[in-house]
Design a protein around this ligand. Structure first.
Ligand code: PRX
Length: 659
C-alpha cells in the first residue's frame, strides 16, 4: 500500500467491539473505564505504579515512587524486592497455588514434562546454590545459550534470585555472534544445553559454545544440560560441568538476595542502527513492575488460564509475557521446544486442543503461516477454548487479523496486536481485552502511565491522521536503563534525537479514536519474522568478505515473514560472479549473525545509486526490487545515468532466489 492509501485506510478502519462474554470478566470493562483510568494514570503516574507495586511482594518498601525524569530516572528508589521471589516463591508458598502447574513442557518430538510451582521453587534454589558455588554473585553477568526447556527457566530465575545479570542469547546465533555477546558483556559463566531440536534436526549448542570460547575469554564456568541423551559433546575439564550432576549435589534451600528496585536484572542484545548489537539493560525490579502490569491488563492473565506463548527464550517477548510477567501472575504456561509446525502443520492446533489453551501469543509471521496452511486444517481440531490471540514484533496485517478472528478465534476471541520493543521491556501499545474496540491492523491504545505521542521533526505533536515519529514522553519502570558498557550510545540512540522524550525509531499515526498504527522503522533496521536485523550489521558482514567492495541491504516486503533482507553487492574485479560466490556470501552472513539473517537474494551489481556525498540511497534499491523502477525524486543522485543500468542488472539477476 502506498502511504496515502494507508492513511486513508486507517481513517476509515472498521471497529469491532470486544466480545460481550469477555467483557463481563475482564480487568477493565469498557472504553470509558479505560479512558478514565488512562487519564488518571497520566495525571498521577505515581498512584498507578504504586497500585501495581501493592500487588507484588517487597522486602522493604520506601515511600518514594518515581525519581527524576528522562533519561535519568528510577522507580521505587531504595525499595528492596526480588524478582524470583515474586515469580516463584510466593506461589510455591501459597497453599492453593503450590501444586499448580507452572510449566507444561512439550518438545516438537512429543517429549512431555510438567513442573509445578513447588517443583520450580526447589529446582531454582538448587541451581542458585550451583551458581553460588562458582563464586558468582550480584552484578556478575552470565550468558544463557539455551532453547525453550524448563532448565532455561530454572537458570534464569536462579539468576534473578541472586541478582546475577543474565544475558540470553538466541540459540540460533552463530559462534561469532555468541562470542561477541560473551565478550562485550564480560560473562563469567555460560549456561547451555548440549543441543536442541529444530524440525527434526539436532542443533549442537555445546559445539557452538566451544567455538565461541576459542582464544581468550572471560568465562570461567560452562554448565551443560544434557537435553539430548545420545548427543555426546566434549567437556573441558575444570571449566565445563554437567548440569544434572551439579543439581544432584545441590541443596534445595537458598535465600533470596534483596535487590534495589533499579539494580540491573537482565541484559539482551538487539540490533541497532550501527553495525554492533547493543546490550540493552533492564532493571530487575522495574522489569517486574512493568511486565506484571502489561500481562495483567493487556493479556488479562488470570488464575484459570492455560496460556501458551510460542516466543523463544532468546527474545525478550518471552521474558516479558511468560518468565516474569506470566509467572508473577501465577499462571499455567506452556513451553514448547522447536518448530510449531513440526512434525505436521496442525501442531499448534493439536496443542491447543490437548491443553485446552485459552490464550495464545505468537508472532504475526506464525499466524500468517497458519493462514497459509488453510482453514480446512484448522477446522479438524477443537479450538473452542481460545479466548485471546495476541502478537508482537511486527505488523499484524488486516487480512491475517480477520483470518485469526474468524478461524482460530471462532468470532468470539479478542485479537490483540501489541507494539513494543526490546528497549521498552514491554508493550506500551495494545488493546485492553474486553474494553477497547479492536481495529484490524492497529496496535491499540497507550498503556496506563505511558504518555505516547506522535511528533514532527521539531518534536511538536501532530494531528490525528498525520504520520510522524512515535515517542514516549513519560518514564515507565521497564524502559531500558542503559546500553551495557556504553552510556553514551544509550543517550545518543534514544534521547538525543528529541530532548526530553524517548525516541522509538518507529513512525506511526494516531487515528481519530486515539488508536495507534505503527507504520515502520525510520532507521536502518528491518523486521524479519519479528526478528530485528540491522541492515548495517549485514552490510558490515558482507563488506568484510574478500570479494566485496560495497554492500547495501534493504528489506523487501514478504507475505509471510513481513520482510526479508535483500543484498546488493559490487565485487572486486578479480572475482567472478557465480553460484559459489553467492553461497559464500550467504555463509558469511550466517556465520557472523545467524541463519535467520540469511538474505533472500543477493544481487551482484556494477553500480550503486549514490548521493553526491557518496551515500548509497537505499530507498531507490527498495523501489527497484519492489516495483522494478525508481519513482521518486532522482535528482539527489550523483550520476542519474546509472539507474537504467542498475534496474537492468537487477532484472537480469532476479532469477536466483537463495534457498
Ligand atoms: O518497528 C517496531 C516493530 O518491532 C520493533 C521492535 O523489535 P524488537 O525489539 O525485536 O521487539 C521486541 C518485542 C518486545 C519496533 O520498533 N514492531 C513491534 N511490534 C509491532 C511492530 N511493528 C508493527 N506492529 C507491531 N505490533
Amino acid at each position: 500500500m502506498n502511504p496515502t492509501n494507508e492513511i486513508e485506510f486507517i481513517q476509515k478502519s472498521e471497529r469491532i467491539q470486544p466480545p460481550k462474554n469477555y467483557t463481563q470478566n475482564s480487568n477493565v470493562q469498557s472504553i470509558e473505564d479505560y479512558q478514565f483510568m488512562y487519564t488518571q494514570s497520566i495525571k498521577d503516574p505515581e498512584s498507578f505504579w504504586s497500585q501495581i507495586a501493592d500487588e507484588l511482594d517487597w522486602i522493604k518498601r520506601e515511600d518514594e515512587i518515581i525519581n527524576g525524569s528522562m533519561p535519568d530516572f528510577t522507580f521505587f528508589p531504595r525499595s528492596l524486592l526480588n524478582v524470583c521471589y515474586n515469580c516463584v516463591d510466593r506461589h510455591a508458598l501459597h497453599p492453593q497455588r503450590r501444586n499448580k502447574v507452572a510449566l507444561f513442557f512439550e518438545g516438537e518430538n512429543g517429549e512431555k514434562r510438567a513442573l509445578t510451582y513447588l517443583q520450580l521453587y526447589r529446582e531454582v534454589q538448587k541451581f542458585s546454590n550451583v551458581l553460588l558455588s562458582f563464586g558468582l554473585s550480584k552484578g556478575d553477568v552470565v550468558s544463557v545459550y539455551m532453547q525453550n526447556i524448563p532448565e532455561t527457566y530454572v537458570a534464569l530465575l536462579a539468576c534473578f534470585r541472586l541478582g546475577i545479570i543474565y544475558n540470553t542469547v538466541f540459540a540460533g546465533f552463530s559462534p561469532e555472534a555468541l562470542r561477541e555477546r560473551i565478550m562485550s558483556s564480560h560473562a563469567k559463566a555460560v549456561i547451555c544445553s548440549n543441543g536442541s531440536y529444530r524440525r527434526g534436526k539436532v542443533l549442537n549448542l555445546k559445539e557452538t559454545v566451544d567455538a565461541a570460547l576459542r582464544d581468550d575469554h572471560p568465562v570461567q564456568h560452562v554448565v551443560v544440560f544434557s537435553h539430548i541423551a545420545d548427543l555426546s559433546v566434549s567437556m573441558t575439564p575444570g571449566r565445563d560441568h554437567d548440569y544434572t550432576e551439579l543439581m544432584n549435589n545441590a541443596s534445595a534451600s537458598c535465600e533470596v538476595v534483596p535487590l534495589e528496585c533499579n539494580d540491573p536484572g537482565l541484559l539482551i542484545f538487539t540490533s541497532g542502527t550501527s553495525g554492533k548489537p547493543k546490550g540493552i539493560v533492564h532493571a530487575g525490579g522495574g522489569f517486574l513492575l512493568g511486565t506484571y502490569a502489561y500481562s495483567k491488563y493487556q493479556l488479562d492473565l488470570r488464575d484459570e488460564d492455560v496460556y501458551w506463548n510460542t516466543a523463544d527464550i532468546g527474545w525478550l517477548t518471552s521474558h516479558i509475557f511468560v518468565l516474569v510477567g506470566g509467572l508473577a501472575l501465577g499462571v499455567t504456561t506452556i513451553l514448547y521446544e522447536g518448530a510449531i509446525d513440526y512434525p505436521h502443520q496442525g501442531r499448534v492446533y493439536e496443542m491447543i486442543e490437548h491443553y485446552q489453551v485459552n490464550k495464545l501469543f505468537s508472532a504475526p509471521t506464525a499466524f500468517r503461516m497458519l493462514m497459509k496452511y488453510g482453514e480446512t486444517l484448522a477446522k479438524q481440531y477443537d479450538l473452542s477454548s481460545i479466548r485471546l490471540l495476541a502478537s508482537v514484533g511486527e505488523p499484524l496485517n488486516p487480512e491475517a487479523w480477520h483470518w485469526l478472528y474468524r478461524v482460530i478465534g471462532g468470532n468470539r476471541a479478542v485479537i490483540n496486536n501489541t507494539w513494543g520493543q526490546t528497549e521498552t521491556g514491554g508493550t506500551p501499545l495494545a488493546s485492553l481485552p474486553g474494553a477497547t474496540p479492536m481495529k484490524p491492523g492497529s496496535c491499540g491504545v497507550p498503556f496506563f502511565g505511558h504518555h505516547l505521542d506522535i511528533v514532527d521533526q521539531e518534536g511538536h505533536s501532530v494531528q490525528p491522521g498525520t504520520p510522524g515519529f512515535l515517542v514516549i514522553r513519560s518514564v515507565f519502570p521497564s524502559l531500558t536503563r542503559d546500553v551495557f558498557g556504553d552510556h553514551k550510545r544509550y543517550l545518543e540512540n534514544y534521547f538525543d534525537p528529541m530532548p526530553g522524550v524517548y525516541f522509538t525509531g518507529d513512525s506511526a499515526v494516531r487515528d481519530q479514536d486515539g488508536q495507534y498504527w505503527v507504520l515502520g522503522r525510520v532507521d536502518d533496521v528491518i523486521n524479519v519474522s519479528g526478528h530485528r536485523i540491522s541492515t548495517m550489521e549485514m552490510e558490515s558482514s558482507l563488506i568484510s568478505h574478500e570479494a566485496v567492495v560495497e554492500a547495501a541491504v534493504v528489506g523487501q516486503p514478504d507475505e509471510i515473514k513481513g520482510s526479508v533482507p535483500v543484498a546488493f553487492v559490487t565485487i572486486d574485479k578479480q572475482f567472478t560472479v557465480n553460484e559459489a560466490l553467492r553461497l559464500s556470501l550467504q555463509r558469511k552472513i550466517i556465520a557472523d549473525i545467524g541463519s535467520f539473517a540469511k538474505p533472500d537474494r543477493i544481487h551482484f551489481v556494477n553500480v550503486m545509486p549514490k548521493t553526491r556525498s557518496g551515500k548509497i540511497i537505499r530507498r531507490m534499491l527498495r523501489e527497484i526490487i519492489k516495483e522494478g523502477t525508481v519513482h521518486g525524486d532522482a535528482t539527489g543522485l550523483e550520476d542519474s545515468d546509472i539507474l537504467d543500468t542498475l534496474i537492468a542488472e537487477v532484472k537480469d539477476d532476479s532469477s536466483h532466489p537463495l534457498s
